[in-house]
Design a protein around this ligand. Structure first.
Ligand code: ASP
Ligand code: MG
Length: 469
């Protein structure tokens, strides 16, 4: 059995946590499983590196965080295998090398003062390169051979820096070539999550939180039996417990439910995690390092459909509703096409679309960080229609949230929308816009941000998703 096991930033956040991870890897090897470990950077390190890059771009040529980062990693190394001079020296060399690289990049940035996504990837992707050698050495010090490997040697991506897409065939060839011999020799490879490289060898990243995606990319490339994502919660929940205190961990969900949930703000998984394993139907488990015997959530093709249709309710904040409206829009073809073209040109992701059949208004939900750019781009692209008064204006509202009810069985189950809106109506919660994809796995609605928590709670309640039920 081959498993790819990914450990997130909190799971490798301290010497003590790394020891726990090393124990889990060693236990898997003792059970005779061939294990590939994927590690995140130690918790908080990626954000520290991003902040350093931003300050360097403002002209600060000193990598001020270097001593702190050096000490944090070195302290973990000393605590884990300080008595083994050879291991310690080896790891220190790699830590030094990684930090030196960031130092040089930041110095360069302070001179050119332009932070391109390409340079940001080179800097932000270093955190994983600092963590991997420590974890590999911790495993070795427990008597099981282990080797730290940079995913730049394995995962080949396109050159969309900051959000790179893996190239499956190339990745498969490289990953199998490099990892299979190690697995056969009983070595546990510890691979850096989050990063990859273009065919030309330039470092890319898969987007923040991307180590989950790294794990499934490698799982698919190796035709692994399972991918385990170790995190600091018990699994995927029916709602965010901050909104709904009696939210419950779901034992089993389907790939499509997991994707919808990841997309709609349940922060457990990077939103592309499921893509690589879907075709090969490799099961994914979400497990908790602080509760390793818990069952977690198992994600498979079939999942475990809920009889009521709805399995989970999520919410996304920090989004804006951008509306293009005007009575003159009726029957004029091409406005939607130009509007979406203008949004795409800004590379802004559209989370939700809705247009009423009166055609007076098209509204889209985008991340608030993209709002200003999207509005500007729409106004420019629709200038002529605004001039001719087909369109009154392009407006934006950032005081909203998107709520989504998700479940496979919603498809073909009548009455779900009625129940959702009935619950909101009974609580006097105003619904600003609605959309349901034709996959019918998701009903999304826009409400005022101040109503978001309550909206999630009442829908959760209406479908009896809570623990007490
Ligand atoms: N270290 C990266 C981040 O913080 C990737 C990850 O942890 O998944 O975004
Ligand atoms: Mg994560």
């Amino acid at each position: 059995m081959i498993t790819v096991q990914k450990f997130g930033g909190t799971s490798v956040g301290s010497a003590q946590r790394i020891a726990g991870v090393a124990d889990l890897a060693v236990a898997a090897s003792a059970r005779g499983e061939k294990t590939v470990v994927v590690t995140s950077a130690m918790g908080g390190v990626t954000s520290t590196l991003v902040a350093a890059a931003e300050r360097a771009t403002q002209g600060n040529w000193n990598f001020d965080e270097r001593p702190m980062l050096a000490e944090r990693h070195d302290a973990a190394a000393r605590a884990l295998f300080g008595d083994d001079a050879r291991l310690l020296a080896m790891v220190r060399e790699q830590l030094d090398h990684g930090l030196e690289r960031v130092d040089s990049l930041c110095f360069g940035l302070s001179l050119v003062r332009e932070l391109t996504p390409r340079i940001l990837d080179a800097i932000s992707g270093t955190g994983e390169m600092l963590a991997a050698p420590i974890l590999a050495a911790a495993i070795s010090s427990r008597g099981v051979a282990s080797e730290a490997i940079h995913a730049t040697e394995l995962i080949v991506t396109d050159d969309q820096f900051g959000d790179a897409e893996p190239l499956a065939a190339e990745t498969r060839a490289k990953t199998q070539g490099r990892l299979v011999p190690l697995l056969q020799a009983g070595v546990i490879p510890v691979v850096t999550g989050f990063i990859g490289a273009t065919a030309g060898g330039v470092t890319t990243t898969l987007g923040r939180g991307g180590s989950d995606f790294s794990a499934t990319i490698l799982g698919a490339a190796l035709e692994a039996d399972e991918v385990w994502i170790w995190t600091d919660v018990d699994g995927v929940m029916t709602a965010n417990p901050a909104d709904v205190p009696d939210a419950r961990t779901m034992r089993a969900i389907s790939y499509s439910e997991a994707s919808e949930l990841a997309y709609y703000g349940a922060k457990v998984l990077h939103h592309k995690t499921i893509n690589p394993v879907q075709f090969a139907r490799i099961p994914v488990r979400i497990l908790n390092t602080t509760n390793p015997d818990g069952q977690g959530t198992r994600i498979t093709f079939e999942g475990h459909p809920s009889p009521t249709g709805v399995k989970a309710i999520t919410s996304i904040r920090n989004v804006s509703l951008v509306s293009v409206s005007g009575r003159g829009m009726q029957g004029i073809p091409g406005i939607a096409a130009r509007a979406f073209g203008a949004i795409a040109a800004e590379r802004a992701n559209v989370l939700m679309i809705s247009q009423a059949s009166s055609e007076n208004n098209i509204c889209v939900v985008v991340r608030s960080e993209d709002e200003a750019r999207v509005v500007r781009s729409l106004r420019a692209a629709l200038e002529f229609d605004i001039m001719k008064e087909h369109i009154d204006d392009v407006t934006a509202d950032d005081s909203i949230a998107v709520i989504a009810a998700i479940g496979d069985r919603m498809a073909g189950t009548p009455g779900i929308a009625a129940k959702v809106f009935g619950a909101l109506g009974a609580e006097n919660i105003n619904v600003i816009a609605i959309s349901q994809g034709s996959s019918e796995r998701n009903i999304s609605l826009v409400v005022s941000e101040s109503d978001a928590s309550r909206a999630v709670r009442v829908i959760h309640e209406a479908f009896a998703l809570g623990r007490k039920n």
